[in-house]
Design a protein around this ligand. Structure first.
Ligand code: CP3
Length: 340
């Protein structure tokens, strides 16, 4: 089943229409999700394969998206490394990583033992989706995982991780090496369990200067991608990296994710014809009237100018209060306006 439009676009092949899915397409904007979520915590949902599979399928049924993404979180595989995780609703680690002793205490478990529920969810989903839509597995980029593990939660200035980078480079390097190895095993296990593409989310990769990105972020993402099972395409999304796409490209993915701060046509010129792109609609556009949503979809398709290797998506995750029918309308617009 390698001729799904989404997978063809990942490989840079021409498609009959532009495939589309939405980052964070399963979630709180959908009443169907809230109905399941009201009976358990977010982590319980991630750890119960039947429920995780159910909420993964919901946006496929409702939106008609061209790819499904595993329901989980980038931080689920960090918990079995030995860091207790909670969501309140943002992620919180009770004991953040701050010293070499903290890094030494981290484990790198076999993914089938550490996160068996993720692997089981993927197996259920592959059976459920066969012949319908391809299944995307995902993980956080090493740097974004390190941000949460060192800060202990989200942050405005990321002072702890930057302090570690600059003032304790040996601790930083040891931590990043360990996370990168965990991630490599985790993502390859996802492919073995049925993921047909892998997306790497580097939500915080854009908080450093291009010089620091090249020194402290890129080497680990590149090492991760070099170590992945490349029988499936790899999508690499670095938020806020519009000014350093040449560096992002060096990590070696098949597709580069674009937020909305960059013009898609210019990004493609920088990345070159062999690299696909995914994005780049401003997520707040889904609050706008339909006519505006349609204009924005058309603008982005026009910027792509018919080049193969475009997957339509938002430039970041869908926002919680978006009317579901606006998300569905966006998907319809992409299909209708790109049909050829
Ligand atoms: O895309 C999908 O539909 C698959 C599921 C998915 C979730 N998180 C579910 C989730 C994916 C791909 C993620 C990735 C993720 N998680 C990222 C990278 C992408 C991005 O948005 O930048 C990051 C940084 C996280 C960490 C995280 N998880 C945060 C900051 C939060 C709280 C804020 C928020 O958006 O809710 C979460 C919780 C979370 N992850 C929820 C969902 C559906 C909400 C949990 C709930 O139901 O209360």
């Amino acid at each position: 089943m390698s001729d799904y439009p989404f997978l063809k676009a990942c490989r840079g092949e021409a498609t009959e229409f532009t495939p589309v899915w939405l980052m964070r397409q399963a979630g709180r904007y959908l009443p169907q999700y809230m109905a399941v979520r009201s009976k358990c915590t977010f982590l319980e949902l991630c750890k119960t394969p039947e429920l995780a599979a159910e909420v993964t399928i919901q946006p496929i049924d409702y939106l008609g998206a061209d790819a499904a993404i595993l329901f989980s979180d980038i931080l689920t595989p960090v918990e079995p490394m030995g860091l207790k995780l909670d969501f309140v609703p943002g992620p919180v680690f009770e004991s953040p990583v701050r010293s070499m002793a903290d890094v030494d205490a981290l484990r790198i478990p076999d993914p089938e033992e550490g996160v068996p529920y993720v692997m089981e969810t993927l197996r259920i989903l592959r059976r459920a989706f066969e012949g319908r839509v391809p299944l995307i597995g995902f993980g956080g980029a090493p740097f974004t995982l390190a941000c949460y593990m060192v800060e202990g939660k989200g942050s405005k200035d990321f002072a702890h991780i930057k302090k570690m980078m600059y003032a304790a480079p040996d601790v930083y390097t040891a931590l990043m090496d360990k996370i990168t190895e965990m991630d490599r095993l985790y993502l390859n296990a996802q492919v073995k369990a049925g993921a047909q593409a892998i997306q790497i989310f580097d939500t915080w990769g854009g908080i450093v200067s291009p010089t620091d990105y090249e020194k402290f972020v890129l080497p680990y993402t590149k090492k991760l991608i070099d170590g992945l099972d490349r029988s499936v395409p790899v999508i690499h999304f670095v938020k806020g990296a519009g000014t350093m796409l040449d560096l992002v490209n060096r990590a070696g993915s098949d597709v580069v994710g674009l937020d909305w701060h960059v013009n898609l046509g210019k990004a493609r010129d920088i990345l070159g014809p062999k690299i696909g792109v995914q994005g780049n609609l401003d997520p707040t556009v889904l609050y706008a009237p339909h006519a505006h949503i349609e204009r924005e979809v058309k603008r982005i398709l026009d910027e792509n100018a018919g080049r193969p290797g475009h997957i339509f998506n938002l430039g970041h995750g869908i926002l919680p209060n978006v009317p579901p029918e606006n998300a569905k309308f966006m998907v319809e617009c992409v299909h209708r306006l790109s049909g050829r």
